[in-house]
Design a protein around this ligand. Structure first.
Ligand code: C2G
Length: 447
């Protein structure tokens, strides 16, 4: 029996795919089709695939050409599959001409002519709705947003708003955007969605005004500094059918998502402690050191660290204590101890004290070590008493990493999903709650 294998994403299955599968099948007696997993596609930069892996597998099966469908989940798998399934021929479309010659060592490699004039990319573009995005703020983080948005389908940044006209003009010039610096309503009237990347204390107002004008909002961290405000904004978005998402970038990053699912599935037993730290030194004058602009290590760094703790231990902590080193009314260092009924957690945050920015998740069977900078997760290791069982996980963290949160935001808009399991509204409210407790100096001690 002659066995053939072929691979693909098969997004929005079309005539080109069907022609290829038919011709591939004709090469032998038994056809195995490898369909890429969602995470494998994300890992190789395909962020815009429309159908999920189950839909794509079903579509391939429905062609009737595949005798077996398998999932392609890692680089190098083709070599394993060819040997494991004792494959005679590897066949793929001519757009890959030459790229898989290295498989000749294991089986015959055949490139079949591709069907001209049709592709998944073309179909995605034809059916794609483009959402016009306006950015509020023109600082450091806003500058990273524009290039990152370019790799996400449906997202088109067209305008910037900043009351500081000079800064807005410079930003607009740099990225070819329409510039607004006084009338916020005029800015809103030109766009469908807003990315709020202005200074902390302005987040609530800009988000509220944008939602009131019927615009979806992606808001930078810290989202807002009060629970009441957070709930009010989420409730408003919900009742008005709008997407509101906190831009907690690590929460949307594939490697961090994988870490959470591994821990949740019990690889280190019951989680008993989560320890995170993040320090970024700043020098005056800067808003991070200005109490009037809600500066400080907590407001700056608690959102990402608290997000990680909540994703791992939940939002129902029983007690939280803060220990801070203060300078001019701003915490340049804060240690936060969080008690859960059956676990503990801590965050060590600094803007004027330097520390190692790693994360350690301790469990009854082992622990996860994520080296600094844990929030740009591209590697972690699961470690056990018996070190031979340790396992290392490597990922790529593409660009500045904002593409993952932009992709989630756009996917929520396009698919009319109001909530993201990667960061639930109630989790975002719980983050605001901890920050609020600190700002109200609850269980607070100066050191
Ligand atoms: N194809 C074709 N004609 C088209 C479009 C695609 O013959 N007009 C072929 C491709 O050459 C490929 C298969 O259909 O053999 C699947 O294409 P995609 O879904 O685009 O998958 P791809 O990204 O090429 O994945 O490990 C994955 C593989 O490397 C290929």
């Amino acid at each position: 029996m002659k066995k053939i294998i072929t691979y693909g994403t098969y997004d929005l299955l079309h005539e080109g795919h069907i022609n290829l599968l038919r011709r591939v099948k004709e090469l032998g007696d038994y056809l195995i089709v490898g369909v890429t997993s969602d995470s494998f596609d994300r890992g190789r930069g395909k962020l815009n695939v429309r159908n999920n892996v189950l839909e794509r597998v079903e579509a391939v099966k429905a062609t009737g050409y595949a005798d077996e469908v398998i999932i392609e989940d890692y680089l190098g798998q083709k070599i394993d599959d060819i040997q494991r399934y004792d494959v005679d021929i590897f066949a793929i479309g001519s757009d890959w001409e030459g790229k898989f010659d290295y498989l000749n060592e294991y089986c015959k490699v055949i490139y079949l002519p591709r069907t001209e004039g049709i592709s998944s990319t073309m179909l995605r573009e034809q059916t794609e709705e483009v959402y016009r995005i306006g950015i509020v703020g023109s600082g450091r983080i806003a500058k990273r947003f524009v290039p990152e948005s370019k790799v996400v389908n449906s997202a088109k940044v067209i305008a910037v708003y900043d009351p500081n006209k000079e800064s807005a003009d410079e930003f607009g010039e740099m990225f070819g955007l329409k510039v607004f610096s006084d009338r916020y309503d005029d800015f809103l009237s030109e766009i469908d969605a807003v990315y709020v990347a202005s200074s902390h204390l302005t987040h609530y107002e800009y988000t509220k005004q944008s939602l009131c004008a019927g615009k979806h909002v992606l808001c930078e961290i810290p989202f807002v500094l009060s629970t009441v405000q957070a709930r009010e904004l989420y409730d408003f978005a919900e009742t008005h059918n709008l997407v509101l998402l906190e831009a907690s970038k690590t929460a949307f990053c594939p490697s961090f998502n994988h870490l959470v699912t591994l821990v949740k599935s019990g690889v280190i037993g019951d989680v008993v402690d989560v320890k995170t730290s993040l320090s970024k030194m700043v020098t005056a004058p800067t808003r991070e050191l200005d109490a009037a602009q809600a500066g400080g290590a907590m407001n700056e760094h608690a959102p990402l660290n608290m997000m990680a703790i909540i994703k791992l231990l939940g939002k129902d902590y029983s007690k939280v204590d803060f220990y801070s080193k203060m300078e001019n009314d701003v915490d340049i260092y804060t240690k936060v101890n969080i008690c859960y009924p059956r676990a503990t957690a801590s965050m060590t945050l600094g803007i004027g004290v330097k520390t190692e920015g790693n994360m350690v998740i301790s469990g009854t069977k082992g622990y996860v070590y994520v080296p600094a900078p844990w929030w740009l997760t591209d590697f972690f290791e699961i470690r056990y008493e018996d070190q031979t069982k340790n396992k290392k996980y490597f990922y790529s963290y593409d660009g500045d990493g904002l593409r993952y949160e932009i992709q989630e935001f756009m996917s929520m808009i396009v698919n009319q999903r109001k909530s993201s399991y990667k960061l639930r509204q109630r989790e975002s409210v719980a983050i605001a709650e901890v920050i609020e407790k600190f700002n109200q100096r609850e269980n607070f001690k100066e050191i």
